[in-house]
Design a protein around this ligand. Structure first.
Ligand code: COA
Length: 306
């Protein structure tokens, strides 16, 4: 019989055995297990077949249960949304609706927490996961490009815009800018933080500005020409988590990226990793290409009301 239950510390080895070559680049489960296991704002859950006639070892008669799936659900800081991640099913147990059961359990957690919506990200290469999300009532909200490169300082600078770290006085003008931004609409009104997509609204913007992670580019008449949200993590990766520019002012993008790289407090060095997330917009791709920053993957943001 299939049982979905909270993870226990000693499940780790069994889980990591089938979370090795999940994707062509491997898997990250070993790196997140400890954090997810002890997460007080979420739940790490396990799918396990309990002993029954199918698991009696023919030679010994010893009954053994089998851990066949894992997933993590996280309650976002706004407590309105849950984030679904790390769904893995042992390859010999797939297509038995085990992932569907894990999703059902994660949505149940959302209801318990009084959350109103759930979200997840899936690579455009991962067709089975896209099917899984659709078959569980999720719809695509936005399509994202992920660029991965290294910090280089040989990008030539351009003149014309003033970039600065946004302060709380900028919040109203940023919100007005976003309201009429095509990129903001295409983003599903979201930004990325450590591989989770959050609503970009006045509350999150306030928080981001206080943390000095919003860059704003202004024209000479002080109107906004572009916005970036940045982050430097403990792994020395500079992340640009949201990028927004006007189609008529493409060079703003270069300004924003250069400013982020040069920002003193981030202490970014040549050859540090540079990750950029951007809603899929053709003219951003073009500028990135021009700057020698390669796109490496595309992702779909899925959401579902709960
Ligand atoms: C994607 C994954 C989690 C699905 O797990 P699963 O337990 O096999 O999924 P389910 O049995 O609950 O599938 C539910 C529905 O999703 C769709 N689906 C799942 N796997 C599919 C596949 N390989 N091909 C086509 N559709 C698929 C089907 O509509 C299926 O319903 P059906 O079997 O009645 O047709 C599993 O294949 C896996 O672990 N993959 C590797 C890790 C991964 O990609 N994780 C998700 C990261 S976002």
């Amino acid at each position: 019989m299939l049982k979905i239950r909270p993870a226990q510390l000693n499940d780790r080895n069994d889980v990591l055995k089938f979370c090795v070559n999940t994707f062509d680049w491997g898997d990250y489960m070993d790196q997140v297990w400890n954090n997810w296991y002890s997460d007080s704002n979420g739940r790490l859950i396990i799918a396990e077949y309990e002993p029954d006639w199918r698991s009696i070892e023919p030679d010994t008669g010893i009954k053994s249960s089998a851990i066949v799936g894992v997933a993590h659900v996280y309650l976002c800081p706004n407590r309105n949304m849950i984030w679904l991640e790390g769904i893995r099913i042992r390859s010999d147990y797939r297509r038995r609706h085990i992932a569907t059961e894990l999703i059902r359990k994660m949505l149940e957690y959302g209801i318990e927490q009084n959350a109103k919506e759930s979200a997840a990200i899936v690579s455009t290469n991962n067709v089975q996961s896209q099917q899984l999300m659709q078959s569980n009532g999720f719809t695509t909200i936005s399509k994202w490009n992920y660029f991965n490169g290294y910090v280089t300082r040989n990008i030539s600078s351009v003149n014309g815009y003033k970039v600065k770290v946004a302060v709380l006085d900028d919040i109203d003008s940023i919100l007005i800018y976003l309201k009429s931004s095509e990129i903001f609409r295409l983003s599903g009104e979201s930004y990325v933080d450590m591989w989770r997509w959050y609503p970009l609204d006045s509350t999150s913007l306030h928080h981001l500005i206080i943390n000095k992670t919003v860059l704003v580019a202004k024209n000479s008449d002080y109107s906004i020409a572009g916005i970036a949200i940045i982050h430097k993590d403990y792994d020395k990766q500079l992340q640009i988590q949201y990028l927004d520019i006007n189609v008529n002012q493409l060079s703003v993008l270069k300004h924003l990226i250069l400013y982020a790289i040069d920002l003193d407090c981030l202490n970014t060095k040549q050859n540090d990793r540079l990750q950029i997330f951007s809603p899929q917009v053709s003219y951003i791709n073009l500028v990135m290409k021009f700057m020698g920053i390669n796109q490496c993957e595309e992702f779909l943001l899925y959401k579902r009301k709960i």
